[in-house]
Design a protein around this ligand. Structure first.
Ligand code: SF4
Length: 404
């Protein structure tokens, strides 16, 4: 990597910890999660995470690392609080000043004493799965909470934490544009400073997908999805900053951890189903842990750290699959894919330096530039936010422009 890109990437290093436990399973969910667990599973899992973290923080690479953002994702990490004490004790000397520390939770988990415990641990950002304020939508999405509960939970969180994200889902069957606008306006009225908006996808193997296959749910037309997205763009104007295709923030509340992913920075990921991206070799090391809780726990059982000397050995010994044989072209595609949908855009000059090539837009890309859909300023390339929805086709054009 070029010196500029390297230093930018090295300034940030994140930690992602996946907590797979949920009270019940939402029918659309494709994350690594389980509602079939005992307290023994929780204890064994947290113990394994602590041992893994310990190994990393005492390794040659980890000993000097300070995390600039930490994200407890799931599953429902918000089901736990004191269980994180051991992890935060280990992290004590590895947290950078101004580190953003987020926890994902659901409205039904919010209680004043739990909020106080998270605060005492050093957590400073809450991300809550609200999904919609419409009772019909909550029913279709098989969520555990009602609309009033979600509103009360937001009010409770904002008494303790100013930095709150809520996830909202659009495109659930029969959702109208009006209902979607109400959801967005409701979030704004409640004072939520960060929104992640996702369209409902029907993932293979989920109960929701089976219902659709049996004709029990009606598919949503692409045009309707696009009009819901346009509604979000129009409703969230004014002070809202459109950070990335799915994320909006008020000034000062952009999510640091998200920017790691959108700018190809490195992070350690631990936990079942967790992915990671470490600064190893020319193009970094990408890996993923097994998604099933029991497989992950079994893989960690035989871990004897005395025999492990490299990060690769450590990951493999815990059942991780490593993305072998990544090339500079793979890296380029990843970098363009993740940064093209964000307001900070693609670092064209840096890529030119790194690949020792010249950026030469082809016909389609040049037309996009001429029409103002694509902007090239000070060595950065940006897509107009209205085009972020079509990022995949622009990414292909962009990769070709570097290969010419
Ligand atoms: S609470 Fe979140 S992680 Fe758990 S099943 Fe529902 S959507 Fe999935």
């Amino acid at each position: 990597m070029s010196a500029d890109l390297v230093s930018q990437v090295q300034q940030r290093f994140g930690l992602y910890l996946h907590i797979p436990f949920c009270r019940s399973i939402c029918h659309y969910c494709d994350f690594a999660k389980t509602a079939n667990f005992t307290q023994d599973h929780v204890t064994a899992y947290m113990d394994l995470l602590e041992r893994q973290l310990d190994w990393f923080l005492n390794s040659e690479q980890g000993a000097r690392q300070k995390f600039t953002s930490i994200f407890l994702g799931g599953g429902t990490p918000g089901m736990l609080s004191r269980e994180y004490e051991g992890i935060f004790r280990k992290l004590k000397n590895h947290i950078a000043p101004d580190c953003e520390i987020s926890i994902e939770t659901n409205p039904e988990d919010i209680q004043p004493d739990i909020l106080a415990q998270w605060h005492d641990l050093g957590i400073n950002r809450i991300s809550m799965g609200v999904q919609t304020f419409q009772e019909r939508g909550l029913e279709v999405l098989t969520r555990n909470h009602g609309s009033i509960k979600a509103q009360r939970a937001i009010e409770e969180v904002l008494k303790v934490f100013s930095n709150l994200n809520i996830d909202l889902i659009y495109g659930w069957p029969d959702q109208s544009v009006q209902q979607w606008r109400q959801d967005l306006e409701q979030a704004a009225v409640l004072g939520v400073p960060h929104l992640s908006l996702y369209n409902l996808t029907y993932e293979a193997g989920t109960p929701l997908n089976r219902k659709k296959d049996r004709g029990m749910l009606q598919d949503v037309a692409d045009e309707h999805l696009e009009s819901l997205y346009q509604t979000a763009m129009m409703t969230l104007s004014g002070p809202w900053i459109h950070d990335e295709v799915s994320n909006w923030s008020l000034p000062g509340f952009s999510c640091k951890h998200n920017w790691l992913y959108w700018q190809d920075s490195h992070y350690l990921g631990l936990g079942c189903g967790a992915h990671g991206y470490l600064p190893v070799g020319e193009v970094g090391l990408r890996y993923a842990f097994p998604k099933q809780l029991r497989t992950y726990l079994r893989a960690g059982e035989g871990f004897v750290d005395a025999d492990i000397t490299s990060l690769e050995e450590f990951l493999i010994s815990h059942g991780a699959s490593i993305d072998e044989g990544r090339t500079l072209s793979d890296w380029l595609l990843e970098l363009i894919g993740c940064s093209l949908r964000s307001r900070k855009g693609v670092p064209v000059n840096e890529i030119e330096k790194l690949l020792k090539c010249k950026f030469e837009p082809g016909k389609i890309l040049q037309t996009g530039i001429d029409m103002g859909l694509v902007k090239l300023e000070k060595g950065q390339l940006y897509l107009e936010p209205s085009e972020w929805f079509r990022e995949t086709s622009w990414a292909t054009e962009l990769v070709m422009a570097f290969e010419s």
